[in-house]
Design a protein around this ligand. Structure first.
Ligand SMILES: C[S@@+](CC[C@H](N)C(=O)[O-])C[C@H]1O[C@@H](n2cnc3c(N)ncnc32)[C@H](O)[C@@H]1O
Length: 316
């Protein structure tokens, strides 16, 4: 591969020191990087862990995983190309029962965002694709051309929190009646024609985010991995999640809050009212990037890190 091609694969990991400090609880433990990307966080963890620690890197993007040179880490490293929602199965296949840390650095990496062929960025011209895993069937083109007007409005409102969702959905349906929409610029046009020009870029960002979340089932897979992570961690093991938009952060916050509830049994209470804390929140407020990091890495500006620790209580 030429140097020019290689340089396309760039991604600056965010909150690296904070992740290492808050995630590591056993220098010889087993750590899962569920969103391996180019391995920036894994490399940083590796540099602090003992040689007998184990690292598991998961990413559903084979192109990302293929860029990593495993000899860069001294520990045993398992790289697995799949969705992190399959974490339980992956650990089962590796004959690993419990782990000491799980990191999820959500969203997409910079080189995918910058690649017009992936269709993620409204500022680039590309196909309406938006799949993290290019072997999946559902693309943004299918969503845009086959969902009903009501379904489109629902996706845009729910996952983009865009107020003009109905108007944008109507415009998409009008445009696709003339011709199937296949390019990101066509979606961009539908949005641009439906909103106040002063807020156009904000609306574009929201709508593109909404379709990306729908195509990749992002909220569903996050909810599922948060549920399964509990039973996969040793007591004292930690789960660290970096999110980049409010929907994800809200889901993580609520999940950590709910599972850290401690409501002892009182006379007259039914079983459902009694809560045993399965998690202890290590961060009550999200950790955000210091101004120095945010000024050199634009991705870091929206990053929010939340960390919780597995308690000794057994799951029901
Ligand atoms: C923000 S990047 C992570 C960058 C990484 N921390 C690094 O230092 O290079 C997110 C990565 O997670 C992957 N990803 C997102 N959702 C995923 C999922 N549900 N399962 C597996 N990988 C996922 C994306 O393909 C992308 O490579």
């Amino acid at each position: 591969m030429s140097q020019i091609t290689q340089s396309r694969f760039r991604h600056t990991p965010v909150l690296v020191d904070e992740v290492c400090e808050l995630l590591i609880n056993d220098l010889s433990g087993v750590y899962v990087d569920g969103t391996f990307g180019l391995g920036g966080h894994t490399k940083a963890l590796s540099s602090l862990l003992n040689a007998d620690a184990t690292l598991i890197g998961i990413d559903q993007d084979q192109t990302a995983l293929a860029q990593f040179t495993p000899s860069l880490v001294q520990q045993t490293l398992h790289l697995v190309c799949t969705n992190f929602e399959n974490l339980k199965q992956i650990l089962g296949d590796l004959k690993i029962n419990k782990v000491h840390g799980i990191l999820l650095d959500l969203g997409l990496n910079s080189f995918s965002l910058d690649d017009p062929e992936r269709g993620f960025a409204f500022s680039l011209h590309g196909p309406l694709d938006m799949r993290f895993d290019r072997s999946n069937e559902l693309t943004a083109e299918i969503v845009v051309n086959t969902y009903s007007q009501e379904q489109l409005a629902d996706v845009i409102y729910r996952y983009g929190e865009e107020r003009n969702s109905r108007r944008i959905a109507r415009r998409i349906v009008e445009m696709r009646a003339q011709k199937r929409l296949t390019r990101s610029d066509e979606l961009k046009q539908a949005v641009a024609r439906s909103v106040d020009p002063r807020f156009r870029n904000k609306s574009l960002a929201r709508v593109f985010q909404a379709f990306r979340i729908e195509v990749n089932r992002e909220m569903e897979v996050l909810s599922s991995v948060l549920d399964s992570a509990i039973e996969l961690m040793v007591p004292g093991g930690r789960l660290a999640v970096i999110s980049y938009h409010s929907l994800e952060d809200r889901m993580v916050k609520m999940h950590f809050r709910e599972l850290s509830q401690d409501i002892p049994r009182q006379p007259g209470m039914v079983d459902e009212e009694v809560k045993v804390p399965l998690l202890k929140r290590i961060t009550t407020k999200p950790v955000v990037a210091l101004p120095g990091e945010a000024s050199v890495n634009p991705r870091a500006r929206s990053a929010k890190l939340r960390v919780a620790e597995r308690t000794t209580h057994a799951t029901k």
